[in-house]
Design a binder for this molecule. Structure first.
Ligand code: VGL
Ligand code: ZN
Length: 247
């Protein structure tokens, strides 16, 4: 049994404990039998696979060091989950987050946009380009939704839930809620940008959120990785290693 299902069975037991007072010990097994656990991951949990795209792995225009290393692990983890959602950074040419859109600006400098300070990136994940494609080795045929983000020309979007203006929704929150999902495990690229923002917005959106650290890699720009872990921890995001999820 995986830890995901184990944890959910503990939750069921906790529910059963409230039951003891009413109906006696046999009620626990009755309750467990009435709600058999799903051996292929839990219906209420989803794995969110963030931006595992060619431009974010070595050889790509915004390569994350070791970005390709997480692919086999994410494939393996995905088998523990009935529900998998993939996010895909998906920018128009000339997007507001590209340094090339501002004369005299270089990648990794910042600029002020109407919603705040924006890091300027090399052109990446341009709609329809090779760089925007999911990494070929990513093997999750049972993924149910690919949610694209960052397609509004004037707004960046690190998070899978809300764009960088913190207002424009991608639709992911209601998709997950309508599907009865309550618990999210977040993996992918990059830990300190799209993974962190997705995880924190997941909490804001009312989900229990855990980042599986060894299934992520970071850009780490001026201390951004440490800052992201601090912010995630303060927000209530849990941090685990894949060994506690894998069977
Ligand atoms: C990302 C920078 C720009 C990410 C996306 O996926 O973390 N980072 N766009
Ligand atoms: Zn981007």
């Amino acid at each position: 049994m995986s830890d995901v299902t184990r944890r959910d069975s503990l939750r069921l037991l906790a529910g059963g404990a409230a039951f003891i007072g009413l109906g006696g010990a046999t009620s626990i097994s009755q309750k467990l039998m009435a709600q058999p656990l799903d051996t292929n991951g839990n219906e209420k949990s989803a794995l969110i696979v963030v931006d595992v795209q060619n431009d974010f792995v070595p050889g790509g225009s915004l390569a994350v060091k070791g970005g390709d290393e997480v692919v086999p692990l994410i494939n393996q983890l995905s088998k523990q989950f009935k529900n998998v959602v993939i996010t895909q950074d998906w920018h128009n040419k000339g997007h507001a987050s590209f340094a090339s859109s501002y004369p005299g600006k270089k990648p990794f400098e910042t600029t002020e946009l109407y919603y705040g300070t924006q890091v300027l990136w090399p052109d990446h994940c341009v709609q329809g380009s090779k760089g925007a494609e999911l990494v070929k080795g990513l093997d999750i045929p049972h993924a149910q939704l690919i949610i694209r983000k960052g397609f509004h020309p004037n707004i960046d979007s690190y998070s899978g839930f809300f764009e960088a203006d913190r207002e424009t929704p991608t639709g992911l929150q209601n998709y997950l809620k309508e599907r009865g999902i309550t618990t999210l495990y977040v993996v992918g690229l990059a830990t300190d940008f799209c993974v962190a923002w997705t995880a924190m917005d997941g909490v804001t959106s009312g989900f229990n959120v855990t980042v599986i650290e060894d299934a992520t890699r970071a850009i780490d720009l001026n201390g951004s990785l440490a800052a992201a872990w601090k912010a995630m921890s303060e927000k209530g995001v849990s941090r685990i290693q894949s060994t506690s999820v894998l069977a």
